[in-house]
Design a protein around this ligand. Structure first.
Ligand code: ZN
Length: 306
C-alpha cells in the first residue's frame, strides 16, 4: 500500500535515483506525478522532465527551446542531472544556439536559399565562439558523455559548413569564388581535425579550366561548367593537345565538353532514345495483341472439339 500512497517528495527522490540508473521513462513519470501532487520540488521536476524529453529526441528544436525557456525562467542557478552538473542560464544559451543550428540545417532550396543558409551559419558560428567559447557543450555531455566538443570547436565546424554552403550557392555563377569559399572551409575543417578530402577535391575541380573539345569555348569548374565525356582520341589528334588549356585529360580516354554542348547532346540523345523506346513498346503491344487473338482462336477450336 505504501507504494500507492507515495508523497510527491518521495516520488521526486525516487525519480532522482531513476535518472542515475538512466531509467528516464520511469523517472519522467515519477516527476510528473510529483508535480501533480504539488511536491515542493515541482520547479526542478519540470526542468528534469524537459531534459528527459530532450534526451529522447535531441534533434527536436522545439524541445530544446522549451527546456531553454524553463531554464531561463528559473531561479535555480546550478543543479545535477545524473552525474552532470548544469548551470541553468549557461545551458539555456547553448540550447538556444543548438535549436537555431537545427533550424538552419533544415533549410533547403535554390541558390538564394543556400546563400541565406550559408550566411546564417557563419553568424551562428560567431555566436558559438562568443557565447560558449572554450566551455564544453553540455548537451553532448548529457546525451553521449562526450566532453571533447567545445563552443570553439563547434564554431569551426559550423563555419566550415557555412563556407561549403556558400560555395554551393555561388558555383553556378562564379566557380572561382566558390573555390575561394571552399578554401576557407578547408582551413576551418583542418583545425578541427575533420576530413578535408571532399573540400580539397572540390577546390581542385572548381579551379580547373578547360577548353570544350566541341565548341572551343574556355570554361572553369569541372563537373559543373564542363564535363568529361568518354571518347576515343586517335594518336594523330593528340598532337594538337599542346595548348595551355586542355581539351582532354592526360590519358586521352575522354574529352572535356562544356555544359551547353553536353546538355544539347544529352537532351537530343534522350529524345532519340525515347522515340526508339516508344516504337519498341508499340511493337511489343502489337505482338501481344496478335498472340492473344491466336490463343483465343486455339481455345475456341479446342472447345469445339470436346
Ligand atoms: Zn562547348
Amino acid at each position: 500500500m505504501a507504494l500507492i500512497f507515495k508523497s510527491g517528495d518521495e516520488l521526486f527522490d525516487q525519480g532522482i535515483d531513476l535518472i542515475k540508473r538512466k531509467e528516464f521513462a520511469k523517472a519522467k513519470s515519477n516527476f510528473q506525478k510529483s508535480v501533480e501532487k504539488d511536491g515542493k520540488n515541482a520547479e526542478i521536476a519540470n526542468i528534469y522532465i524537459a531534459i528527459i524529453d530532450v534526451y529522447s529526441d535531441p534533434d527536436s528544436a522545439d524541445r530544446l527551446e522549451f527546456l531553454a525557456s524553463r531554464l531561463e525562467a528559473t531561479n535555480i542557478g546550478e543543479f545535477e542531472f545524473g552525474l552532470t552538473s548544469i548551470e541553468s542560464k549557461k545551458f539555456a544559451v547553448e540550447l538556444r544556439l543548438t535549436a537555431e543550428r537545427i533550424r538552419i540545417f533544415a533549410m533547403n532550396g535554390n541558390s538564394n536559399v543556400r546563400e541565406d543558409k550559408g550566411n546564417k551559419l557563419l553568424q551562428l558560428a560567431q555566436k558559438f565562439q562568443m557565447q560558449i567559447g572554450n566551455d564544453g557543450l553540455k548537451l553532448n555531455e548529457l546525451i553521449s558523455n562526450d566532453v571533447s566538443i567545445t563552443g570553439i570547436r563547434e564554431s569551426l565546424s559550423i563555419q566550415a559548413l557555412g563556407y561549403e554552403t556558400l560555395a554551393s550557392a555561388v558555383v553556378l555563377t562564379d566557380p572561382k569564388k566558390a573555390a575561394e569559399m571552399l578554401q576557407n572551409a578547408y582551413n576551418y575543417r583542418k583545425q578541427t581535425g575533420e576530413d578535408v578530402g571532399n573540400d580539397m577535391n572540390l577546390i581542385k575541380a572548381y579551379s580547373k579550366t578547360a577548353k570544350c573539345w566541341i565548341c572551343g569555348r574556355s570554361t572553369t569548374g569541372e563537373g559543373i561548367h564542363f564535363i568529361t565525356m568518354s571518347s576515343e582520341i586517335t594518336p594523330f589528334m593528340r598532337t594538337g593537345q599542346d595548348d595551355i588549356q586542355k581539351s582532354a585529360p592526360e590519358n586521352f580516354e575522354s574529352v572535356y565538353v562544356c555544359r551547353p554542348c553536353y546538355s544539347a547532346i544529352s537532351r537530343r540523345a534522350d529524345v532519340i532514345s525515347k522515340q526508339y523506346f516508344d516504337r519498341g513498346m508499340q511493337e511489343l503491344r502489337n505482338t501481344e495483341a496478335r498472340l492473344q487473338m491466336e490463343i483465343a482462336e486455339v481455345r475456341a477450336y479446342a472447345s469445339m472439339r470436346r
